[in-house]
Design a protein around this ligand. Structure first.
Ligand code: HEM
Length: 352
């Protein structure tokens, strides 16, 4: 096999170092943001049904949503730092061109975060139908908008100087690009499979098996729909699409996941064995797709002039400081898990 085709060995060490850590940390972000996206979509859309959704899946998602958002946000910080070192001008230009639209993700993130605490509150079940629907859909809209913004920023960052100038001159608020929706669909719809894996473990652990079929169906449909979006998107970026082993890794893991969820669907209970297999294949699939995602961008952006800057950045130390805070924060997160577990009474933890 051509080693140069195996990302990121074709780059100088400092660039390869940042690419490796960027992709790895982005994969972690994707895992948790998938729980948020899949979960909030399920909660938001199910608020349209008459009574408050109190099945085991909905209760579990509602309980853990604020925590999952916290983890997704925290996990977003590391790739955000690496991407700035890696792409510099391309990333900043997209940020600046979108400006208000880009910055508004912060207040929306805060509003969305607090809305998920409201969603958990017991009192909400007694509120009028219209208010409950509004609350559910507003929470969903906040996170859908954030996902949309990241996709828009990614696509704009890959454009040429001429297209940036044209966009600036147009004074448009939104960046028009036909690839936006299929691209967003890949992440958004694929999110249900990762959400199914994580929430599947949570329900398995609590011995709650009421929604095995529902979780399996959401995962299967999500994977198929994500694949369809991937196919459409591939046709749109054909010029930059690499014939990469990672593409086959991503696709292969998608197919295997579908098969595993189909088997899971036929069972009355969540199976630890199946969930373990899914937990191997799902992150591997995300790694495959995340590397391809980067290869598409690397084919569009010339990184070579940035090699000296990557080298200079690598020369700036701080690894000890980083590792200290990494371990400290990992420890704190584990401690919070223990606290939550200790105070979990009767499988439900609803706020008053
Ligand atoms: C919880 C709400 C969030 C959601 C739903 C979300 C969703 C997404 C999605 C869908 C993508 C992929 C976009 C694409 O490739 O088209 C993405 C990428 C990314 N997200 Fe998040 N995100 C969230 C919060 C955050 C936060 C708070 C940060 C930073 C602290 C962050 C950092 C990143 C980074 C660095 C990327 C990669 C961008 C790039 O490569 O151009 N995310 N996010």
């Amino acid at each position: 096999m051509n080693l140069a085709a195996i990302f990121p060995f074709e780059y100088p060490l400092p660039t390869a170092f940042y690419l490796f850590w960027y992709v790895l940390t982005l994969v972690i972000h994707v895992v948790f943001m998938n729980y948020v996206l899949g979960g909030i979509t399920y909660l938001g859309l199910s608020s349209l049904a008459g009574r408050p959704n109190r099945n085991q899946l909905a209760l579990m998602l509602r309980d853990w949503m604020p925590f999952a958002i916290g983890v997704a946000i925290t996990a977003g910080v590391a790739p955000l730092l690496f991407i700035q070192i890696l792409y510099q001008k391309a990333f900043y230009t997209a940020n600046l061109l979108l400006f208000h639209r880009w910055m508004i993700i912060l207040p929306i993130l805060i509003v969305g975060f607090y809305l998920t605490y409201l969603l958990k509150a017991k009192k909400v079940a007694d509120w009028p139908y219209a208010v409950r629907v509004l609350l559910g859909l507003a929470s969903f809209a906040c996170f859908a908008f954030i996902a949309y913004s990241w996709t828009e920023n990614y696509l704009l960052s890959m454009e040429s100087k001429e297209q940036w100038a044209e966009f600036y001159g147009s004074s448009k608020i939104m960046y028009d690009n036909a690839a936006k929706l299929p691209r967003l669909g890949i992440w958004f719809l694929g999110a249900f499979a990762t959400m199914g894996m994580l929430v599947g473990w949570q329900l398995w652990y609590k011995n709650q098996h009421e929604n095995v079929k529902l979780v399996s169906i959401l995962a299967i449909l999500g994977l198929i729909a994500s694949g369809v979006c991937g196919y459409i998107y591939k046709g749109m970026v054909e010029a930059h699409m690499p014939n990469s082993p990672y593409l086959y890794l991503g696709l292969g893991c998608g197919v295997v996941q579908i098969l595993l969820w189909v088997v899971q669907m036929t069972k009355a209970k969540f199976s630890g064995m199946l969930l373990t297999l899914i937990s191997v294949v799902c992150p591997l699939g995300i790694v495959g797709m995340t590397v391809v995602r980067e290869q598409v961008r690397l084919a569009a952006i010339d990184l070579e002039p940035l090699y000296p800057l990557h080298k200079a950045a690598m020369g700036v130390s701080g690894i000890v400081c980083f590792l200290f805070f990494f371990l400290l924060n990992a420890g704190l997160i584990l401690y919070i898990f223990r606290l939550v577990k200790k105070n979990w009474i009767g499988g439900e933890m609803e706020a008053e």
